[in-house]
Design a protein around this ligand. Structure first.
Ligand SMILES: [Zn+2]
Length: 269
């Protein structure tokens, strides 16, 4: 799938540049996006990485605020409305409802689900797999699926929480965002075997010939096996993308985070 780069239309972020913003198709009445780095010609910040949208990574507060305003403004959102997660590589899911404050960071969860309109929810990643989900029943979700999350079943847990709110799996649309691929996610061979026992499609080999895991492929298979009818892949390997569009923890452990965002628009069922 070719990612659409419409950063030229983006409002200026810090230093006149905005992070990359890719729209994702998730059905009528629902909008989704994945972000990426700021353009290569953006001046580097004194602290952190250009286009980083996470306050948990090294950053200059005014620059982070400007980049968030620019990125979420490009989505037609107010950056202060976005509900975040303090992700822990687990399998807990939280429901965002009328009691959840705008701009909250929900602690200790790796997925958010909501039926509320105009409540954007976000996942932060730099190699782990970000997943956006939506159902015609008016349920949307974000999930953070790293190796541990896949092992613990964060994706089935998210689907179960969506079902509790009225979603039917067969009509759910899912978008898997930019994540490290089997080409680059080198792991010890025992680790590859452990995950491959339950997810054979996850067994990979790096481009340099060592054992690896293909987490995006595993997540896609989990979604399809669970009955999700529409599974799309967006973006490319975070570590070896030709245009260096994504943050990658493996490439640079001090780097920033891109985000995946989904929102159900008001007035839609
Ligand atoms: Zn790669």
């Amino acid at each position: 799938m070719t990612a659409v780069d419409d950063r030229d239309a983006a409002p200026a972020g810090a230093d006149g540049h905005a992070p990359l913003v890719l729209p994702v198709s998730l059905g009528p009445g629902v909008d989704g996006w994945f972000t990426g780095r700021a353009p290569a010609d953006a001046p580097p910040p004194a602290v952190g990485a250009a286009g980083n949208l996470s306050h948990r990574r090294p950053h200059e507060p005014p620059r982070l605020a400007a980049d968030r305003r620019a990125a979420f403004g490009r989505m037609g959102l107010d950056a202060g409305d976005v509900v975040w997660m303090q992700q822990v590589h687990g399998a807990e899911v939280a429901v965002v409802d009328e009691h959840t404050p705008r701009g909250a960071e929900v602690r200790g969860v790796d997925a958010l689900v909501t039926v509320q309109a105009d409540r954007p929810i976000a996942v932060q990643v730099a190699d782990c797999v970000p997943v956006l989900l939506s159902s015609p029943a008016g349920v949307v979700a974000v999930a953070h699926a790293g190796r541990r999350g896949v092992e613990l079943g964060i994706v089935p847990a998210t689907l179960a929480a969506m079902e509790d709110l009225g979603a039917e799996r067969a009509s759910v649309a899912a978008a898997i965002g930019p994540a490290i691929g089997g080409c680059c996610y080198e792991v010890p061979s025992e680790m590859r075997e452990d995950l491959s026992d339950d997810h054979p499609v996850a067994s990979g080999t790096t481009s340099w010939g060592t054992p690896s895991l293909d987490l995006p492929a595993a997540v896609a298979e989990v979604l399809r096996d669970a009955g999700v009818g529409d599974v799309a892949r967006v973006g490319s390997c975070t570590r070896c993308d030709d245009e260096d569009r994504w943050f990658s923890h493996r490439a640079d452990p001090t780097t920033g985070r891109q985000v995946g965002v989904v929102v159900r628009r008001g007035g839609q069922a």
